[in-house]
Design a protein around this ligand. Structure first.
Ligand code: MN
Length: 724
């Protein structure tokens, strides 16, 4: 039993003020991969000379920074060129050293890495979203070309974060936020867990100092008590393993601040309520022993249901492997336990950096991920698409679900059946009408949980809707839906634009087909830099171009003078929506009083959902209402429409028309003739000579609404009618 042997569990992330070449050399003595020490020392001397007389914000000699970076790189066991480039990483940027000099003194490879790092540091993250997105893209592309650049950049940032206290507070916050947005997910994606955890804690310290210091205080308060308990647990575990003649290394520690903080946030609990602050790690010789150990642990301590995760059978995307479980340890305290082999441990702590040591098993998945990203830069339409794609891809730690065939898929945390459908095939996503999870029907906004088995129901008639964008979590699904909507909008605008133009042309007594073929018309289209009449219709339909402006460019129609017609404004009355008598059945009972949500204003016939609010009892929303999508599902309750109800529901419809005097009265008459009451009407004349009316009407149910919309639509001047 190797109990007590201190595994190099945590890398030494202390800032070393007195660091020198001798110290670094000492740490290279038992290096696992070949290093030419004299070449490394040459790099150190070179850097020392280059940074001579330069100081850091802290007042320390500048060389302290690259030496500390090198020390962390040594602990990550990176290869020689990466080490040397790490020592030299700031010499092009801060000193007068050139690429050629480095290439001739060391090697082309080293020079390229240093140049890559210099380029990244020139990308300044600005505060505007537009710039940020574009810079992020540049940064990823620059780094992705050489993954040694990423590793050094991560360590460089880590050391800068470690010494951030010397910066101004405002700068600290900017740096910390940028680190959390870019470098933390990057470290996670590359599987360098040790750096990720360290960066997260540093970010927390500068972004949420009050939380960080409270955690730090509470943890240090009970330090000796906790250490005693850790020792007790370790010897208890070791004892149980020994009884089964299992050899293992067992270590214990308190969890990182950031992961405690995340837990508090996710579960909505305070520090006092978080008990499982301790994590233990058991390292055994092989996979079989991992599962044997798990069996021993689960029979010795009572496991907490739902907390066991098998990342050995199903590794995370970043290759992370381990068994995770939580149990009631001695004294009934909840403890987390990770079980893994030594190799898994190295990969977990050092990620891509560890692959130098395990080349034979290296499937290079990280590298292929980088290739994917480069591929995507070429295809992506906009920088913000790319940004989302990469962020999405970096954001691991999702949920594992099963397809009907038993295949496993990993989706983002918070993913819905729609995300799952799109992950299978775009068409399955487009045609998705519902989903069964574990054989039960669920709403599309249902949040998938690990272990769910998901079956998608499709219908040929189904098409994506805008609301879906609020339901899906993955960038893939989002971009597929957006693409579809864009195409649909183009088609719609095409029809709408053509229609608009036809109506206007009719008014001036011209035949439309002839009009569009006329040389004057073609010339006007050309002047607007539009390709053809199709593009003209789309421009008109999307209102990027107004018919009036088009006419003004067209010699045929130039002279036509338009009158602006104004309609009086009728202010919209404010009414409090409320439910009628027993209009809604809550969980099978019809005597519960409810309130109709103002945000989506459901009417009988709509699919609805009840949402329990703190102050107002149950509020009824439309199923697709965006306000409840992100809410806690435990607060929803199933509701349905009652049968007989005399209650009239207020609903607003918007009618867009071409402008004509008296149209308000015409439409009001049409609605009135259907026996539908109008509560209020609001009209305005748009600058493009279109009318925009909003009627608040009272209806019994969905059918009433449809009848009303259909009747109004039949009016010649009406362009569109829709519920708002
Ligand atoms: Mn640096």
């Amino acid at each position: 039993m190797k109990k007590g042997k201190r595994l190099q569990d945590r890398i030494d992330f202390e800032h070393h003020k007195e660091i020198d070449i001798a110290f670094l050399e000492k740490n290279l003595k038992t290096y696992p991969c070949p290093v030419n020490i004299s070449r490394f020392k040459k790099a150190c001397t070179f850097a020392q000379k280059a940074h001579q007389n330069q100081k850091r914000h802290s007042g320390e000699d500048y060389i302290i920074h690259p030496f500390n970076v090198a020390y962390i790189l040594i602990q990550l066991n990176v290869d020689e060129d990466t080490l040397i480039a790490g020592v030299l990483h700031d010499v092009i940027e801060d000193c007068e050293i050139t690429y050629e000099e480095i290439a001739s003194e060391f090697s082309q490879t080293v020079a390229e890495i240093v140049l890559g790092l210099t380029k990244i540091s020139k990308i300044k993250i600005k505060n505007t979203t537009e710039n940020q997105v574009e810079n992020f893209r540049k940064m990823i592309v620059a780094m992705a070309k050489n993954f040694r650049v990423i590793i050094i950049k991560l360590v460089d940032r880590l050391h800068n974060m470690m010494t951030l206290e010397h910066m101004r507070e405002e700068k600290q916050k900017i740096k910390a936020q940028e680190t959390l947005d870019i470098y933390v997910p990057l470290a996670g994606r590359l599987g360098i867990h040790s750096i990720k955890a360290e960066l997260e804690d540093l970010c927390l310290r500068y972004l949420k100092p009050e939380i960080y210091y409270r955690l730090a205080n509470s943890i240090s308060e009970k330090k000796s008590e906790r250490n005693e308990y850790i020792e007790q647990v370790i010897s208890s575990i070791v004892g149980h393993l020994q009884e089964n003649s299992l050899v293992a290394e067992v270590t214990g520690r308190s969890k990182h601040f950031f992961s405690i903080y995340k837990k508090m946030e996710n579960r909505g609990v305070s520090f006092g309520q978080i008990f499982d602050l301790l994590a233990f790690r058991i390292i055994v010789s092989d996979i079989t022993n991992c599962y044997r150990t798990l069996g021993i642990i689960h029979s010795a301590y009572r496991p907490i249901p739902g907390r066991f995760k098998d990342y050995i059978a199903i590794p995370k995307i970043n290759n992370y492997q381990s068994l995770h479980t939580s149990v009631f340890g001695p004294d009934g305290k909840i403890i987390e336990i990770q079980i893994r082999t030594e190799e898994m441990h190295l990969i977990a702590e050092r990620g891509v950096a560890a692959h130098w040591q395990y080349k034979e098993n290296n499937k290079n998945s990280q590298i292929s991920w980088i290739k994917d990203i480069l591929e995507y830069t070429r295809d992506s339409q906009s920088s913000s698409d790319f940004y989302n794609y990469v962020k999405d891809d970096l954001d691991i730690g999702g949920v594992f679900v099963f397809t009907p065939n038993g295949d496993v898929r990993e989706l983002k945390r918070g993913a819905t059946p729609l995300d799952f459908a799109y992950s299978i095939h775009t068409e399955i996503g487009h045609k998705c009408v519902g989903a069964k999870v574990n054989s039960k029907m669920v709403p599309l906004r249902y949040r998938l949980k690990s272990g769910d088995s998901v079956e998608i129901l499709t219908n040929k008639q189904q098409t994506p809707s805008k609301d879906w964008l609020k339901i899906v979590r993955s960038a893939r699904a989002k971009s597929k839906i957006k693409q579809w909507l864009l195409k649909e909008e183009r088609e719609k605008n095409h029809a709408l634009g053509q229609n608009l133009l036809e109506k206007e042309v009719k008014k001036i007594n011209l035949d439309f087909k002839e009009f569009i073929k006329k040389a004057e018309t073609k010339k006007a289209i050309e002047q607007l830099k539009l390709k053809d009449s199709d593009e003209l219709y789309i421009a008109l339909g999307s209102k990027r171009l107004l018919v009036k402006d088009f006419f003004e460019r067209n010699d045929l129609t130039k002279s036509i003078i338009r009158e602006e017609i104004t309609t009086p404004k009728v202010p919209r009355k404010k009414e409090n929506a409320s439910s009628g008598d027993n209009a809604i059945i809550v969980d099978g009972r019809n005597n519960i009083s409810v309130r109709i949500a103002r945000c989506c204003n459901p009417i009988p016939g709509d699919k609805i959902l009840g949402f329990i609010t703190r102050l107002r009892g149950i509020t009824i929303h439309r199923l697709e209402c965006s306000n409840i999508l992100d809410e806690d599902t435990s607060r929803t309750v199933s509701v349905s429409w009652g049968q007989a109800t005399q209650y009239r529901h207020p609903v607003s419809i918007r009618v867009r028309t071409t402008d004509r005097k008296g149209l308000l009265a015409t439409i009001s008459d049409i609605i009135g003739s259907l026996g539908i009451n109008i509560r209020s009407a609001y009209a305005k004349s748009m600058p493009d000579r279109k009318g925009d009316f909003i009627f608040e009407i009272e209806i019994r149910d969905h059918n009433d609404l449809l009848r009303c919309i259909n009747a109004v639509e039949k009016t010649d001047e009406v362009i569109s009618v829709g519920r708002i």
